[in-house]
Design a protein around this ligand. Structure first.
Ligand SMILES: Nc1ncnc2c1ncn2[C@@H]1O[C@H](COP(=O)(O)OP(=O)(O)OP(=O)(O)O)[C@@H](O)[C@H]1O
Length: 256
C-alpha cells in the first residue's frame, strides 16, 4: 500500500511489557515487527488466538505502551519512532487521541456517577472534521436505546447499553480512527447483533475502524481486510474473500 494513502501506517513495530527490549531483567517482548496500514474509510481487523499480541498492538498504537522499535505515523504526524539503542520519539496518549484516534476498550469503562448524556457531552469534540460532526441527535439516532436511557447513570445500564455508550462516547470525539478491542465480549447474542449493525452503519458513513473481536464470521461481512497475528508477528493478511477461502489459515492460526 502506498504510504501516502494510509491514514495509519505502522512499520516494524516492536513492543512489550517491562523494560525496553534487550535492556535486561523483566523485559518481555511481545511484538516482533508488525506492519499495519489502514486507509481512510477502511475497516481492518486484527485476528489471532488469545495472547498473540492483538491488544498489545492496539496499546502500542494509542501510546499506552512504549514503542521499542519501528515507526507509527497517523495522518501527517509521526506519533512514535524508535531505533534499537537510538533515539526514541513518542507522543503521549492524550496527544494521539487529539489527533483523532479513539478507542473503545475491553470492559467498557463507563463512569458510574455520570448520566448517559453527560458521558456524551463531557468528551465531545466539536472541532469540525471534513465529515459532519457527531452531535447528540446523531448519536441518539445511531443508538435509540441511549436516548431512552439518557438520564440513567453509568452504573444503571446493562452490559449492552454500557457498550453502546462506550462506542457513542468514542464517536463524540469525532475520531478519524475508531479502535474497538473485544467490544462484543460477554454480550448477549442479540446485543452483539445490534453492535454489528451499528458498525456496519459507521462503515457506510465512511468511518475508519480497526477492530479486534472473536466473532470472525461476523467480521468477514463487515471488514475490508484482515491481519492474522501469531506470537507477535503478522502471519497472514488479505481481504474477506481470501480469508473465507483459505481454511488452512483458520486451522493454523484461528483455532477454528
Ligand atoms: N500487562 C501485561 N504484562 C505482561 N505481559 C502481558 C501483559 N498484557 C499482556 N501480556 C502478555 O502479552 C502477550 C500478548 O497479549 P495480548 O493481550 O496482546 O494478546 P491478545 O492477542 O490481545 O489476546 P487476548 O484476546 O487474550 O487479549 C501474552 O503473552 C500476554 O500474556
Amino acid at each position: 500500500m502506498s504510504l501516502a494513502q494510509a491514514l495509519l501506517d505502522a512499520e516494524g513495530i516492536e513492543a512489550g511489557y517491562g523494560a525496553a527490549v534487550g535492556s535486561g531483567e523483566g523485559a518481555s517482548q511481545v511484538l516482533f515487527g508488525i506492519d499495519l496500514s489502514i486507509r481512510a474509510g477502511e475497516v481492518v481487523t486484527l485476528l489471532g488466538r488469545n495472547g498473540m499480541g492483538k491488544s498489545t498492538t492496539i496499546k502500542t498504537l494509542i501510546g499506552a505502551l512504549p514503542l521499542h522499535r519501528g515507526r507509527i505515523r497517523f495522518g501527517e504526524t509521526t506519533v512514535a519512532a524508535a531505533q534499537a539503542g537510538g533515539p526514541r520519539q513518542a507522543l503521549r496518549p492524550d496527544a494521539i487521541a487529539r489527533l483523532g484516534v479513539a478507542i473503545v476498550p475491553e470492559g467498557r469503562q463507563c463512569f458510574p456517577n455520570l448520566t448517559v448524556e453527560e458521558h456524551l457531552i463531557a468528551f465531545a469534540d466539536t472541532r469540525n472534521d471534513q465529515r459532519e460532526a457527531w452531535d447528540l441527535g446523531k448519536l441518539y439516532a445511531l443508538f435509540p436505546r441511549l436516548r431512552e436511557r439518557k438520564h440513567h447513570m453509568g452504573n444503571q445500564l446493562s452490559g449492552g447499553e454500557q457498550q453502546m455508550l462506550a462506542i457513542a462516547r468514542a464517536l463524540s470525539t469525532n475520531p478519524r480512527l475508531l479502535i474497538l478491542d473485544e467490544a462484543t465480549e460477554g454480550l448477549a447474542p442479540v446485543i452483539r447483533e445490534e453492535i454489528w449493525k451499528c458498525l456496519r452503519q459507521l462503515k457506510d458513513l465512511g468511518q475508519t475502524i480497526l477492530v479486534v473481536d472473536k466473532y470472525i464470521e461476523r467480521l468477514l461481512d463487515l471488514a475490508d481486510r484482515h491481519l492474522v497475528l501469531e506470537r507477535g508477528r503478522v502471519v497472514w493478511q488479505g481481504d474477506s474473500a481470501a480469508l473465507r477461502a483459505d481454511r488452512s489459515v483458520w486451522q493454523a492460526y484461528l483455532g477454528v
